[in-house]
Design a protein around this ligand. Structure first.
Ligand SMILES: [Zn+2]
Length: 513
């Protein structure tokens, strides 16, 4: 009788689908990790508070280096091999490596330990580098409370206020606490874990590409998971498979050498503000479609897996229109999530002449526009910039990358100075790769509600650096979307740290592809 029962159970197990096996394995990991966490909440938060107490603005050299030293100690305590990849005068890239005998592959986690610059006078009741606990958000009337004693516990909706509490020290703590919890439960890591912690992400990562290139051998692996950014606004976890690239462009159109009296010279002297306005108006149609020739030519179309993910993602468009006070969107009926997969051309601002209260009747000498182009896979910064310049030429402009000489002013009626920053390309990992599918299964199995999966987030982070090395890059963020990242009163919802810890533990223990 007993033998029959065992046999039946065994047959049931082997007939289970991969997804069902992932589910039950992840459920076991999550419940063990939760038991560990409930017993260790004050210790986990205490390590977090120590890390948040070290000021972490990238340009604050002594303090950013103190952060790196603290991180190395945290990794060493857990048996990681660590290495500092130095950047003169800046916080080094902290590299950690934890090998697992059972591993069949290697997953690299990327986080950054620097934070946005702070203005303490804008913070409400607390200081950016003196972490504080509240019973809820400030907006919801959250009150300051002391951190619980050693045997105390935390409510999920409590908020930890400090710079980088969310962006991006929370994932570092969640990941290390996940390693501790797995170890305490004797659950082996299914992967070799590598950790790359950057110290100048909020300062545009000026040295990341060169630092990674100089230590290429360290970055061998099967997948890079970026932990930066918030989860979906619905509160569901988020898995994203890429981000857009970006390039910033400045266009200046020239009029007379100095502003002229509009009464004396109006109708006669060409006005650069009008000329720039007309030029910009040729770049897009009334529905926001970019008219620059070839702009969409190399865009890699979405595959079936990507289209399915977008169809299944929450449709927040109507709510967003109301939130932003807009009557109707651009995009010819496409959803926001679809439009994020196309390159965009945007005017950031315009500058010319005079707009003060009193009349000042002039023909301005110059007019400038700052533009940004968000880029998608295969439509790189140089390519889209050349297309834009060709478009400006086609409108009759003589295009240069500096101020015009007197000879040029005499010769060309329309002159545009067009310059750009370096920019960088987009990253996109196909959602139907076996490792992509495996990761989505594990996250869904570990989280209390299924993750929102999207091909691309709209913003730009330089993950192409890793993508160019052949690493698929996938984002698994954990922090609350209402975290005030980049502004005053940055905060983390405590429950997000706990769920993040469970999701990361499930990945470490159960990602198989
Ligand atoms: Zn960040």
């Amino acid at each position: 009788m007993k033998r029959v029962a065992i046999l039946t159970v065994a047959m049931m197990f082997f007939s289970m689908s991969a997804a069902a096996q992932d589910n039950s394995a992840a459920a076991r990991v999550v419940s063990s990790v939760r038991v560990y966490r409930v017993a260790h909440e004050p210790q986990i938060i205490s390590e977090f508070v120590s890390l948040l107490s070290i000021p972490n603005v990238a340009s604050d050299t002594p303090n950013i280096q103190r952060n790196a030293t603290a991180l190395v100690a945290m990794l060493n305590r857990r048996g990681f091999h660590t290495q500092l990849l130095p950047i003169p005068g800046r916080g080094p890239v902290v590299f950690g490596d934890l090998e697992s005998p059972a591993a069949k592959g290697t997953v690299i986690f990327y986080c950054h330990y620097d934070g946005q610059p702070v203005n303490p006078s804008h913070w409400t009741g607390t200081q950016p580098f003196v972490p504080a606990l509240r019973t809820n958000t400030i907006d919801a009337g959250g009150q300051l409370i002391p951190f619980p004693e050693k045997s105390g516990s935390y409510e999920d909706d409590w908020r930890l206020y400090a710079r980088s509490a969310a962006d991006d020290k929370a994932p570092i703590i969640a990941l290390l606490a996940a390693v501790d919890a797995l170890r305490a439960n004797h659950i082996p890591l299914a992967i070799n874990l590598k950790l790359v912690l950057e110290g100048e992400e909020e300062d545009s990562s000026p040295h990341l590409a060169a630092t990674v290139a100089a230590h290429k051998n360290l970055f061998a692996g099967n997948l890079l998971i970026t932990a930066d950014g918030p989860i979906d606004q619905s509160g569901r976890p988020l898995v994203f498979f890429g981000n857009r690239g970006v390039i910033s462009v400045r266009i200046t159109v020239f009029g007379p050498l100095h502003p002229l009296h509009s009464g004396h010279y109006g109708n006669w002297a060409p006005n650069p503000a009008m000329s720039l306005a007309k030029l910009l108006a040729t770049m897009k149609d009334d529905d926001g479609h970019v008219l620059v020739a070839g702009f969409y030519d190399n865009v890699v179309p979405l595959g079936p897996a990507e289209r399915k993910a977008i169809a299944e993602a929450p449709d927040n468009d109507a709510k967003l229109l109301r939130t932003f006070g807009l009557a109707a969107p651009h995009g010819g009926g496409k959803k926001l999530l679809e439009l994020l997969n196309e390159p965009s051309l945007n005017i950031d601002g315009l500058q010319s002449g005079w707009t003060g209260a009193q009349a000042k009747t002039i023909i301005p000498d110059t007019a400038s526009a700052s533009l940004d182009m968000r880029l998608v896979k295969n439509a790189g910064p140089d390519q889209e910039f050349s297309r834009l310049v060709a478009h400006i030429r086609k409108q009759g402009f003589y295009v240069i990358d500096r101020e015009p000489t007197m000879d040029e002013r005499a010769k060309y009626p329309r002159i545009a100075e067009v310059t750009h920053d370096n920019g960088y390309p987009a990253t996109r990992t196909p959602m139907d790769l076996p490792i992509s599918q495996a990761l989505m299964r594990v996250v869904d199995a570990a989280a209390s509600q299924p993750a929102v999966k999207i091909p691309l987030i709209g913003g730009s982070v330089p993950m192409y650096i890793f993508n160019d090395m052949g690493l698929p890059v996938i984002g698994v963020p954990i922090v609350n979307f209402d975290d005030n990242q980049h502004s005053a009163n940055e905060n983390l919802r405590i429950g997000n740290l706990w769920s993040g810890m469970e999701i990361y533990a499930a990945i470490l223990a159960g990602l198989r592809w």
